[in-house]
Design a protein around this ligand. Structure first.
Ligand code: ADP
Ligand code: ZN
Length: 215
């Protein structure tokens, strides 16, 4: 499957993408994970992205298109992909449209995961992430804590609150979403690709996507 996952920070795009990869071997492509990996590795890309990310601002479109232009042409994408956190602005969506046309790929749909704001706020403040750039497993202090406090079940690295998960950065990320990313719903509606799923359980979201793909 070739899907775009739309939704506010904390809507569950990453969780849903991970579950979908288990269905048919499609790959999850998360620009947030790629960028955090680059920051952790101290690469040029990471240095350029870090300040924007810590403030809860978007990284410039050119940097993102530089990453995605090559990522989408890697071999593993031929089986399918789940775009998680990309595109995030109208210029990125327009650039993606041109890129996909050039490489001969058609999207199945753009899934808009719609979750109430109070749920989003609660999730973002209680979310914790493995700081190992190659792992980045996600936990929640209330609903899904690591077995040993502060330590990743998968790799043993420290589980921490992301630098952009302070109250200020979270409210800024949500404003940025409303201003820059929410308009993509209209963009993909015009393309006839939007499927809106209003569900807070990731299993319900997966089932709605499966039903739509089968129809
Ligand atoms: P969330 O969906 O929880 O906000 P992400 O992991 O998707 O988190 O993104 C974290 C940060 O990485 C964003 O706040 C932004 O700074 C940067 N980022 C990720 N994807 C993009 C993108 N497509 N365009 C611009 N910035 C991005
Ligand atoms: Zn880990």
């Amino acid at each position: 499957m070739k899907l775009i996952l739309l939704g506010a920070p904390g809507a569950g795009k990453g969780t849903v993408a991970k579950l979908l990869t288990e269905l048919d071997g499609s790959v999850q492509i998360s620009t947030g994970d790629i960028l955090r990996g680059a920051v952790a590795a101290g690469s040029d890309l990471g240095k350029q992205a870090q300040d924007f990310m810590n403030r809860g601002d978007l990284v410039p479109d050119e940097l993102i298109m530089g990453i995605m232009g090559s990522r989408l042409q890697e071999d593993d994408c031929s089986k399918g992909f789940l775009l998680d956190g990309f595109p995030r602005t109208i210029p990125q969506a327009e650039a993606l449209k041109v890129l996909l046309k050039d490489i001969g790929i058609t999207l199945d749909m753009a899934v808009n995961i719609d979750v109430p704001r109070d749920v989003i706020l609660d999730r973002l403040t209680t979310r914790r992430t493995c700081e190992n750039g190659d792992c980045q497993a996600i936990y929640n202090v209330k609903s899904n804590p690591p077995k040993e406090e502060g330590k990743c079940d998968k790799c043993g690295s420290a589980v921490v609150q992301r630098a952009d998960e302070t109250t200020e950065a979270i409210s800024h990320r949500l404003e940025t979403y409303n201003e820059k990313t929410a308009p993509l719903i209209g963009f993909y509606e015009n393309e006839g690709l939007v499927v809106t799923v209003s569900a807070t359980s990731s299993d319900d979201v997966i089932n709605a996507i499966k039903a739509k793909l089968a129809s």
